[in-house]
Each structure stands twice: as structure tokens, then as C-alpha cells.
Design a protein around this ligand. Structure first.
Ligand SMILES: [Fe+2]
Length: 338
């Protein structure tokens, strides 16, 4: 990689850190590890933070760190802002599902994940439209008690969410105790873990994000009392079953979060945050969901501690909140969500 790769992208990081209200004298911890896939982001963020007058630090953890030791925890807890540039800890998919991250948020840190390709960071740079759609959607989600999802391909399932938060992501972590992922545009909640009932169909072309691929075959999940009782279909059903069985805990067969994407700039051909963020698509994930944050409309506070986490992003799907249809085949029926 060119030695100029970091220097060329400092402006984008500075613009992002300004959106996150990074101020002179605040401390920024850039947390990374030797296997982080975008090493050029670390010096770019460091330089951008310095230009804003912040006190910047880089912590490079060993590649098998579980984010449990005192040094890591105290650094996260005491930073005004943490930039998570790491896929650690291995085995549970992401540091966002650790108590280390939850505790730092409780301590008032704002936390931003950055790991997508630079093309995505630019193309889906946060803006007020994505923030507005997210906030209004999260308010509606928070008030709702039941989510129903249907599709012409045969999905028809319901989930309860009584008392659970409604959350959104817009790519900006600008208040104490808020986390976000640059880039992203989504609304979601953690449904009650034993509540999902019905049939969840994944079509070819939908995204099995936990498997880092578009589905090429139809998959039918049967949900009973919140648990996936049956996985039927072709090769993708086999791969999904294998992924969940490889984790094997009870939560691996229960849902994690449910909601929709808000960003029309997302590219369905790019598997990652593009898949999760695509405007009008429905994302219902399986597995771990303990991410919690004190900021309003942030985090999930779910009770699924599984080591599995598989996001599944579906096109051509409809969604109801408490019996009121808000989404019909990727078109929002509520003007405020458009
Ligand atoms: Fe997820």
C-alpha cells in the first residue's frame, strides 16, 4: 500500500470527527489490532483528531485479545471517544457485543466503528436525511409492541418487543453514550427472544451477511416460540444450519434484531453495511444482541448471549408495527420515513 494512502483520506476523517463533535482537549482512543483490514485508517484518524486539537492515542492489541483485561477496559472507559478499528474479539463477530464496549458507553464514551472500504465511507457519508429517517423510525419502533413481516415469497412471522428500545444508526456518534457505525443507515430493535412465530423466507439475491454472501437458493426458516425449529432449502440452508450449529448454543437459533434500512445510496452488490443499510429493505438477524447504550434510541439491550451473529438482509419485503403497515415491498407508506 502506498505511504500516501492515509494522507489522502485525512479530510474525510476530519469531517466525520467534526460530525461527532470531537472538541479540542478531548481524548480519542483508536483501538486496532494487527489483522485490521484497513490499516491506513488508523494514521488518517490520528491525524484528523490532532487537527481538531484532540488528544489522540492508538492502542494496538494482540490479535487474540478478548477485550477483557484491565488495560483495555480502563482505556475504553476513560476515553471521550473510541474509534473501533478492529474485528476483535474473534469468535463473537464484533467488539460491539462485549461488556467492554457496553461499559465504555455507560461511562459516557461515544464510540464509532470504522471498517468498511473507503468507497463506502464516502458514498454513504452521514447526512441529515439519513439521521432524520433514522430518528423518526426509531421513535416509531420504540412505541411499537409487535412487528410483523411478510413477503410474496412466503414470509409471514411476528415478533413481540414490549419494553424494548427502538434504535437507529446514521453513522454519527455525537453524544455521550452513543455508538454508531460509519457508514450505516438503519432502524432496529431486539425482539423478545422467545416471541418469534411464523415462516421467514430468504430469497436468492438476499444477503446472508454472517456468511458474507448473497443467497443463491431459497431458504425457509420455521420459527416457534422464538426458536428456529427448521431450516429448509438448498445449499444456503445447509450453510446457514452449519454456521448456527458450529456455535451450538440455544441463542444461535433465536433472533437478534429486526428493522429496516434507510439509505438509498447503499449498493446491494456490496456485501456489508451496504446490505444492512439499503433503503426499504428488511434486516432480521440471528444471534447475539447484548449491545446496550445509555443514549436515547441507541443500542438494543437484548438478552441473547450466543456467540453467533448472522445478519440477513431481504429485498421485496413488507413490515407492520402493531398492525399498521409502514413498509410495502421496499416502499415506505409513512411519508416521514421517506
Ligand atoms: Fe447485526
Amino acid at each position: 500500500m502506498s505511504a500516501y494512502a492515509s494522507a489522502d483520506i485525512v479530510d474525510a476523517f476530519r469531517n466525520q470527527l467534526e460530525l461527532c463533535k470531537l472538541a479540542k482537549g478531548e481524548t480519542v482512543l483508536i483501538f486496532t489490532d494487527p489483522r485490521y483490514v484497513r490499516p491506513e485508517y488508523v494514521p488518517a484518524a490520528f491525524a484528523a483528531a490532532r487537527t481538531l486539537g484532540a488528544e489522540a492515542y492508538v492502542m494496538i492489541s494482540q490479535g487474540d485479545q478478548m477485550l477483557e483485561d484491565n488495560l483495555v477496559c480502563s482505556a475504553w472507559n476513560n476515553a471521550d471517544m473510541v474509534l473501533g478499528m478492529s474485528m476483535l474479539p474473534r469468535g463473537i463477530g464484533s467488539w460491539i457485543y462485549t461488556e467492554t464496549s457496553n461499559n465504555a458507553l455507560r461511562s459516557g464514551a461515544r464510540i464509532l466503528m470504522v471498517q468498511e472500504p473507503f468507497d463506502g465511507l464516502k458514498r454513504m457519508f452521514p447526512n441529515e436525511t439519513i439521521r432524520r429517517r433514522g430518528l423518526i423510525g426509531a421513535q416509531m419502533m420504540e412505541e411499537a409492541k409487535e412487528i410483523r413481516i411478510t413477503s410474496a415469497s412466503g414470509s409471514d412471522y411476528v415478533m413481540r418487543k414490549d419494553g424494548r428500545k427502538g434504535a437507529y444508526q446514521c453513522g454519527i456518534a455525537d453524544e455521550p453514550g452513543r455508538w454508531d457505525h460509519w457508514p450505516s443507515g438503519m432502524v432496529y430493535c431486539a425482539p423478545i427472544e422467545d416471541s418469534a412465530e411464523g415462516i421467514y423466507v430468504i430469497e436468492p439475491g438476499d444477503v446472508l451477511l454472517g456468511l458474507w454472501r448473497h443467497a443463491t437458493t431459497k431458504v425457509k426458516l420455521t420459527l416457534e416460540k422464538g426458536r428456529i425449529k427448521k431450516i429448509e432449502g438448498g445449499s444456503d440452508a445447509y450453510l446457514l444450519q452449519d454456521y448456527l450449529d458450529s456455535h451450538g448454543d440455544d441463542g444461535a437459533y433465536r433472533l437478534s434484531h429486526a428493522g429496516w434500512g434507510t439509505d438509498e445510496r447503499a449498493d446491494w452488490g456490496s456485501v456489508g453495511m451496504d446490505s444492512e443499510s439499503k433503503y426499504g429493505t428488511v434486516l432480521v438477524a440471528i444471534g447475539r444482541n447484548i449491545l446496550d447504550a445509555p443514549a436515547k434510541h441507541c443500542g438494543m439491550a437484548g438478552e441473547n448471549w450466543s456467540t453467533a451473529h448472522c445478519d440477513i438482509c431481504c429485498r421485496n419485503t413488507s413490515l407492520w408495527l402493531d398492525g399498521k403497515q409502514i413498509l410495502e415491498n421496499e416502499k415506505f407508506l409513512i411519508p416521514d420515513l421517506r
